[in-house]
Design a protein around this ligand. Structure first.
Ligand code: ATP
Length: 303
């Protein structure tokens, strides 16, 4: 059994007295794991990580790191953070920025120099080190944001959208970096909308919806789980007994047994809804996410 590294207990956060960004969120994070926080826009993911980083103060609740209260644990210097929409001043050169961040981390000159060379080689940023940020593409800017999280050794890496806008080679590089740091015992919390990407690297996922955690699970078990049948229709069948959700302008429903599949096909036939496609898949994170969100919204609408 892995050790609990972070215990998040009953966090609540309301912005401006009315926007309930987090509602009683509790979550354990284990030493050495990669946890993916997934949720729709505005679900509360960034708020949760900002509270972890003490950038946002919660209304109530507490966070323990290695069983100590956050502010007394002295862990703040051991956290690397890639913020969402990472930016630096447009005229600042990448090298100047990384050197500055290295100095803030307390590294000496030669350590900084060595780290910058190593990291920029890994992330293929060498040619860009002496160019100002305004000449950077979206992906290069993100690489620079990732580079600053790698200047020192940290216990916890909090990465808000670490791959959105990266090309496939850079995405693989980022995955390799995460895996090698994980092998050294580092823990990761990653916010991402790129579910097919996060699936490749995360050990567990937590789905956050309208400020609440609605499902937590192991990615491995999910992907090796039993197959599901996916039935796709061109229109919303409006069958309340089946959970159809919209996907790329089509309507999808997943069932897990041949019996359910037959019942579903019967119901569609009786309602004169044409089936566009049927496939058999193992569940992926995106399907599970959409099913969970849909089921929660149906429940909320009933209440
Ligand atoms: P996204 O995927 O779009 O980045 P998110 O899951 O990270 O979204 P948050 O940024 O945590 O979501 O936002 C949760 C809710 O809190 C949203 O309704 C958002 O509008 C609101 N919110 C976030 N920050 C503030 C703020 N500083 N002031 C007021 N409301 C805020």
């Amino acid at each position: 059994m892995q050790e609990k590294f972070i215990e998040i207990k009953n966090l609540n956060k309301t912005y401006r007295g009315k926007i309930k960004a987090l509602k009683n969120v509790s979550l354990d994070i284990y030493q050495g794991e990669v946890l993916a926080l997934i949720g729709l826009n505005g679900a509360g993911k960034s708020t949760l990580v900002k509270i972890l980083l003490q950038l946002v103060i919660p209304d109530s609740g507490e966070i323990l790191f290695n069983t100590k209260l956050f502010d007394r644990s002295g862990i703040k210097n051991s956290i690397a953070y890639l913020p969402e929409l990472f930016r630096i001043p447009p005229d600042m050169k990448a090298y100047t920025f990384l050197k500055y961040m290295g100095e803030l981390s307390g590294l000496n000159k030669s350590e900084i120099q060595k780290k910058i060379i190593d990291i920029s080689h890994t992330l293929q940023l060498e040619k860009w080190l002496n160019k100002p940020a305004k000449k950077f593409s979206k992906g290069m800017m993100l690489k620079l944001g990732i580079a600053q999280t790698l200047l020192d050794d940290y216990l916890l890496y909090v990465l808000d959208e670490p791959t959105e806008g990266l090309d496939p080679i850079a995405r693989r590089t980022v995955r390799d970096i995460i895996k090698s740091l994980q092998d050294k015992g580092c823990t990761f919390i990653i916010n991402s909308h790129m579910l097919s990407e996060i699936e490749l690297v995360a050990d567990r996922f937590a789905i956050i919806h309208q400020g609440e955690i609605i499902n937590i699970g192991k990615v491995n078990e999910l992907l090796r789980g039993k197959p599901v049948y996916e039935v796709v229709a061109n229109v919303n069948p409006n069958l309340t007994q089946w959970q159809f959700y919209e996907y790329n302008s089509l309507w999808k429903c997943s069932v897990s047994t041949p019996e359910e599949l037959n019942l579903l096909l019967n119901d569609l036939n009786n309602s004169s809804v044409k089936v566009h496609n049927i496939s058999m898949n193992t569940l992926n994170l995106e399907d599970l996410f959409l099913q969970n969100i849909f089921a929660r919204d149906v429940d909320n609408n009933k209440n």
